[in-house]
Design a protein around this ligand. Sequence first.
Ligand code: B1M
Length: 224
Amino acid sequence: MNSNELLEKIRECVEFGKVNKDVPYPPNMKGMDGADELTKMALEQGVPPADILNEALIKAMERVGQKFTDKKIFVPQMLIAAKAMNASMVHLKPFFQSGQVQRKGKFIIGTVAGDLHDIGKNLVAMIVEGAGWEVVDLGVDVNAQKFIQTIEEDKKAVVGLSALLTTTMASMKSIVGDIKAKYPDVRLIIGGAPITDAFRQEIGADGYAADPQGAVAYLNNIAV
Ligand code: B1M
């Protein structure tokens, strides 16, 4: 396979969730190499890691995010696509760490204090990572102090807050207030089932996204 064919195959594996040769999913790709083997092969053949990221992974995750927004696929397909992306990322991580591949920026994300829901937050983190951002995932039940400590390490980072409970919307409001009081220039994007753009305006956050693709669109707009 030449470089373009390999990139196309990796893209296909990530889009349709083919993690490696051993997994039987998706049925029409059973027994075939997956994102794991093909990424390794591509690197061995000298395909630049940045091309694998930009031409295969980011394109695949854009399609996945769009299909999810259009309700053509659902949470399980998105999770399996993210798993395939992670199988590829394992091989690319050393190149990111060495600085050979530039990321678009850093995105710090967490579910706000008092809230333990993390499925949506994890999806946002995965799709944003797939879109070429370095993601620092602080997990669930994250208070203002933890967000602020992490921002201190990179003041240009964009911060994402997720909340699933109407009760923790109050927590989101106070965290946004605390972060903005300390770092007025840090950009904050919020999301989660009960969150709306009207609520964003009310609490003074910078962006609101209804889904992971919306978060990527917001972030990519900043990166331009
Ligand atoms: Co909970 N829970 N839960 N729960 N839970 C809800 C949210 C609830 C709506 C169920 C109901 O009553 N119908 C309800 C909230 C009601 C309300 O506040 N109005 C509820 C409740 C009440 C509770 C408990 C209080 C129950 C109890 O103990 N009495 C408790 C609270 C615990 C706590 O957090 N302190 C609780 C606990 C749990 C479990 C632990 C059992 C489990 C969470 C497991 C986990 O996350 N690891 C759970 C679950 C699974 C749910 C439901 C069923 C599913 C949530 C989910 O994962 N959705 C939920 C009911 C429902 O939604 N049907 C419910 C799928 C996920 C992909 O969607 O998270 O919305 P979502 O994320 C979306 C978007 O919102 C967006 O992108 C994602 C993908 O499109 N998005 C962002 C999310 N974050 C974003 C950030 C962004 C941008 C977009 O930028 C930064």
